[in-house]
Design a protein around this ligand. Structure first.
Ligand code: PBG
Length: 334
């Protein structure tokens, strides 16, 4: 560090004009940093709004294709698919999660046929499919059965990989699931399927609008996910979770939610130096939309500032429902 001080050093010199600011900026946001999560449903010509997520719709596959094409055209490299499963297909075991002709594999096949270069991330967890809304199988007391759930999740991940998913993303927080998925993929001739592990996923109240969107809120009722998702009071534990997932064969790790957990993103990136993603979740999206609708915040400016903050904290990519809007703005800014 230099010993010089004012007036030899005037930090404001570097802030004086836009050209200089552009030259010295340390972190930048680009469309390639953004992953667009999408909600999909069965049917034709459907685009059902999600009330708590203005601007987000549950799309049938035919409506998803043009959106995916636009995203790719704007420089977004990946989509994350979340299914809205009809209530009649839900049961306590979440059997529909393994159906090779189910909504997710059909969406993957349609997207891969139309846009082979767009990376597809599929969610590995049972909550869209279970009648109780939990991420796995439960015992009579409502507790998640870890090893039984892991066996099903591995099958779900393999089915998704065989349908063409590039990246499988276990978001369930069961112990040992990454290792089980990796072993099954390797044994089944899918060695290049990447695993994006939701390693530090917190039992957060920011997931409310997502649970509305996929219809798991009503299934979940008054129960919660604190028996498997992480306690918001813990930071060191996130590092242990990441270490385990990497040892079990994860290629990338994720921290979730985003803005309230940027300290965790920072610590994970500093400690492991591996591809680290962050998920700006539904509640974060809803908060900005609500404030902007009141005229209390400048939507576009706050959106871009927030997404940039993820990069500064060390995230390599950000899952965000703002991805399309942000990519459009970034294109105009060129
Ligand atoms: C569940 C899952 C959740 C989200 C992604 N996958 C919700 C939950 O754990 O209940 C939340 C994403 C969001 O809020 O945007 N496997």
């Amino acid at each position: 560090m230099s010993l010089a001080s004012y007036p030899a050093l005037r930090p404001r010199r570097l802030r004086r004009d836009a050209a200089t600011r552009d030259l010295v900026r340390e972190h930048r946001l680009g469309a390639q940093d953004l992953i667009l999560p999408v909600f999909i449903q069965d049917g034709q010509g459907l685009a059902t709004p999600v009330a708590s997520m203005p601007g987000v719709e549950r799309l049938s596959i035919d409506r998803l294709l043009p959106l995916a094409e636009e995203a790719q055209g704007l420089g977004i490299r990946a989509l994350a698919l979340f299914p809205v499963i009809d209530g009649s297909l839900k049961d306590p075991e979440g059997c529909e999660a393994l159906n090779p002709n189910g909504l997710v594999p059909r969406a993957v096949q349609a997207l891969k046929a139309a846009l082979p270069e767009l990376a597809l991330i599929t969610d590995v967890a049972l909550d869209p499919y279970t009648s109780h809304g939990q991420d796995g199988l439960i015992d009579d007391a409502g507790r998640l059965l870890n090893d039984e759930t892991v066996a099903v999740l591995a099958q779900q991940a393999l089915m998704q990989a065989q349908a063409g998913a590039d990246i499988v993303a276990p978001s369930d927080m069961m112990d040992g699931r990454v290792g089980a998925i990796r072993a099954l993929l390797e044994g089944a001739g899918q060695p290049y399927t990447r695993i994006l592990a939701y390693s530090a996923k917190y039992a957060s109240s920011y997931y409310g609008p997502f649970r509305d969107a996929v219809g798991s809120a009503s299934n979940l009722g008054k129960s919660d996910k604190k028996g498997y998702q992480m306690d918001p009071g813990n930071g060191d534990e996130a590092l242990r979770e990441v270490a385990l997932d990497l040892a079990e064969g994860a290629d990338m790790v994720m921290v979730k939610p985003g803005i309230a957990y940027l300290d965790i993103v920072w610590r994970v990136k500093q400690a492991f130096k591996v591809p680290t993603f962050a998920y700006q979740v539904s509640g974060e999206y809803a908060m900005l939309k609500a404030a902007a609708a009141q005229g209390w915040l400048d939507h576009d400016a706050v959106m871009l500032e927030t997404l940039l903050a993820f990069k500064r904290a060390g995230a390599d990519a950000v899952l965000s429902y703002h991805a399309l809007d942000a990519a459009r703005l970034l294109q105009h800014a060129r």
